[in-house]
Design a protein around this ligand. Structure first.
Ligand code: GLP
Length: 242
């Protein structure tokens, strides 16, 4: 696992955007996976600016969404569907046929998860997965205690995830469960780019990077991933001891 520490959020976002662009430049058919949340907003903004300036070609790549709220209509502001389409896919000119996201409105969760797993296999796995970290160490909706062997699955959300989750919606939205790629798929991605910014993430970043590798801190599994790159600003890195 590599660590990179940046002075501020802007330089972190710029470096993360550069890594996505470089991945697609080297492999135009790259299979990418994107998270939502506040952390990658700056990366997506810079990715769009840099992609335009460099005339980057995303027409052959394929994109997966990391997770989705169960039972929230996709067009609602705050869903992974809405955010990724508006903040990323549309501005980059990525077409609907190049994207596969969880259907949070499915009435058959097992079939939905099988469809996701099958699609990832069909595409030959994920080349670059961009993720954030939850305050409890989750990646996607892999909450503490999740088996590292799981593929796509549904997940009851923890208190802290439910509380921070409400901030993504513009009106109170009932949420209880999420659909997520599993840690097996995170661990199998060729590169996992984990982003963290702000003092609020400092404690969990220290546990995830320097504590024991344990299902209690799902992001700690990245310590064993040779292709993991953790990009942090100084505030998020402040409690690291090494
Ligand atoms: C959410 C999402 C994750 C996201 C994480 C961190 O619950 N399911 O995909 O990475 O929490 O969010 P933020 O970047 O807003 O801190």
């Amino acid at each position: 696992m590599q660590r990179q520490i940046f002075d501020d959020y802007e330089s972190l976002s710029s470096a993360a955007a550069d890594l996505v662009l470089e991945t697609v430049r080297q492999n135009p058919g790259a299979v990418l996976c994107f998270a939502t949340g506040n952390t990658p907003v700056g990366t997506y903004r810079q990715l769009i600016e840099k992609a335009r300036a460099r005339q980057a070609d995303f027409s052959q790549c394929f994109c997966f969404g990391l997770d989705e709220w169960v039972g929230v209509p996709p067009e609602k502001s705050g869903t992974c569907h809405q955010i990724l389409h508006e903040q990323l896919f549309k501005p980059l000119g990525i077409r609907g046929t190049q994207v596969h996201l969880f259907d949070g409105m499915t009435d058959d969760i097992s079939a939905e998860c099988r469809r996701m797993n099958e699609m990832i296999r069909q595409k030959g796995g994920i080349d670059l997965m961009l993720v954030g970290i939850g305050l409890n160490g989750h990646i996607g909706f892999n909450e503490p205690g999740c088996s590292p062997e799981l593929e796509a699955h549904d997940q009851e959300l923890h208190e802290s995830t439910l509380a921070s989750g409400q901030h993504y919606f513009n009106e109170p939205t009932p949420i209880a469960k999420g659909l997520t790629l599993g840690l097996a798929q995170v661990r199998a991605a060729r590169t996992v780019l984990l982003l963290a910014n702000g003092a609020g993430k400092a404690s969990i970043i220290q546990k995830a990077l320097e504590g024991p590798v344990t299902p209690e801190v799902p992001a700690s599994h990245l310590q064993q991933h040779e292709g993991a790159v953790v990009m942090m600003d100084k505030a998020a890195a402040a409690q690291l001891t090494q």
